[in-house]
Design a protein around this ligand. Structure first.
Ligand code: ATP
Length: 473
């Protein structure tokens, strides 16, 4: 099979085109230059190179649009984006659009050549891809919030490495999605990505699940079985909820990481593997180490690069886009037109807590796609559990004004009126109850604490139907 060796360059700057062409030709790469993206696109209809280098800003179609057109028409064709604005946004956008790499300008010529060579190697690998190991279906990661951009940047930076990564974040924040992206953008992309959730496997089966077993190793082991480590050989093993891994398994895992080999359960021959580990947890591993439930040495092995995924309520600005994305997906899956949110519904959903994070949001969109009658989603269409405060969720005492505001907004959005008629009596009732509790039922003292006269308090108690005899003083 021929080696990938041709690169197309789109840049409106003549000197850049010249420098790149010269350096790449010297490195034995066949180049072709275009002054802008439109010209390059035009030629793509007749011929396809092995890699593309494109500037981000050009007259006509810009580099990012060009990138999305190319990846749509030729998935797997590596595109390197060069940018004079090595700012976050463009880097993130190029990652999201599927750039192979971004080169901030002014770039070092040797670096540009090395990056191009890597892109060509990648193209070679894709060509030689074994049909049995299809690459993962890429799932777009939505995120414009600064913390998510930080995550994209890290994925970009780590894209050529095999380094161990530890991802922290609550359940449903997208840890597995990020682990997949790390894999897809790594030199192991064409090898397996195996995900395993420690919390979901019974303790006694964990070792056999990870390391496999020999025939007869235990009752029920009727045949030899390869474990996840062997399945992931050459690729990535994603260990979710690593904090739930039992102590014995932690010890074995540590040994595999140190030696690159292990024994199947009941086996005597070591099995060699080359596996990249990405671990994730919603727990505070440092705390588990302090409590002696997690091995400190294992923690240090895993904690090489740390990534944090914020709760959805800490990146509310992403909610509208995420919902749009999930509606489109659910619409496609169910073969119906994607639902749309009315502005007040969107506003209402944006201020919710989303304890289950992105997963809960995704499930809600799927539910709405099935259940909502019309194309537009009204607040009334929302599932009942979203219209009430979840059970057991107490309003934080220090921030009652925010909660009150949220309540008022919610009532108004639901089309209710005469809010004060309900809110003021409730407010007074709470104040009176607290004051009376504090004074063990002595009304005179309670009235003082509240700043009312004694008679006012008595009247209010009567009006509010709070009952009880005038018991005191
Ligand atoms: N930023 C995002 N953009 C698009 N989809 C997302 C995003 N984050 C999460 N999702 C989707 O939300 C769901 C939950 O994500 P994922 O399984 O990666 O979370 P997790 O943190 O690994 O959860 P758990 O710890 O409970 O396994 C998945 O269907 C995933 O595709």
């Amino acid at each position: 099979m021929s080696q990938a060796n041709s690169v197309w360059i789109a840049d409106d700057d003549r000197s850049i085109r010249w420098v790149l062409e010269k350096a790449l030709t010297q490195a034995g790469i066949i180049t072709r230059c275009f002054e802008n993206g439109d010209e390059l696109l035009g030629h793509l209809e007749g011929d396809v190179p092995d890699a593309i280098i494109s500037d981000i800003r050009m007259p006509g179609i810009d580099g990012l649009k060009l990138l999305s057109r190319i990846t749509a028409a030729h998935p797997g064709l590596p595109v390197i984006i060069t940018t004079a604005h090595s700012d976050l946004d463009s880097a993130v956008a190029s990652y999201q659009g599927g750039a192979f790499e971004y080169l901030p300008k002014p770039f070092d010529v040797d670096e540009a050549v090395a990056t191009t060579q890597r892109a060509l190697q990648h193209a070679n690998k894709n060509r030689n891809l074994l049909p049995e190991q299809a690459p993962l279906e890429p799932t777009e990661i939505i995120g414009e919030a600064p913390a998510m951009q930080e995550v994209f940047r890290a994925i970009g930076r780590l894209s050529q490495s095999n380094i161990t990564v530890l991802i922290n974040g609550e359940s449903g924040t997208g840890k597995e999605l990020v682990a997949q992206a790390l894999h897809r953008h790594s030199p192991r992309a064409t090898k397996p990505f195996i995900a395993l959730n420690m919390a979901a496997i019974p303790k006694d089966l964990m070792e056999s699940e990870l390391f496999g077993h020999e025939k007869g190793a235990f009752t029920g082991a009727s045949a030899q079985r390869r474990g996840r480590f062997e399945q992931a050989n050459g690729g990535t093993l994603f260990l979710d909820e690593i904090g739930d891994m039992p102590a014995d398994t932690q010890t074995r895992l540590l040994r595999v990481l140190a030696d690159g080999e292990f024994y199947r359960v009941g086996g005597h021959t070591p099995v060699k593997v080359d596996v990249r580990i990405i671990a994730a947890t919603h727990q505070n591993l440092e705390k588990l180490v302090k409590n002696n439930t997690f091995r400190e040495d294992l923690f240090h092995r895993l904690n090489v690069i740390r990534m944090h995924l914020p709760r959805l309520s800490e990146r509310r600005e992403d909610i509208p886009k995420l919902m749009q994305h999930f509606f489109t997906r659910a619409g496609n899956e169910l073969n119906v037109e994607p639902k749309r949110l009315r502005p007040e519904t969107e506003e209402y959903l944006c201020q919710m807590e989303w304890q289950g994070n992105v997963r809960q949001l995704e499930n809600t969109c799927r539910w709405l796609t099935v259940m909502a009658a019309g194309r537009e989603i009204h607040i009334d269409d929302l599932p009942p559990e979203l219209l009430e405060r979840p059970q057991g969720e107490a309003a934080p005492a220090s921030n009652w004004q925010d909660n009150l505001k949220r309540w008022a907004d919610q009532e108004l959005m639901l089309g209710r009126d005469k809010l004060l008629d309900r809110a003021v009596p409730q407010f007074e009732r709470i104040m009176i109850e607290s004051a009376l509790k504090h004074t063990h039922g002595r009304r005179r003292d309670a009235a003082n604490l509240l700043g009312w006269g004694r008679n006012t308090l008595t009247r209010k108690i009567k009006e509010l139907g709070m009952g009880g005899d005038d018991d005191d003083d």
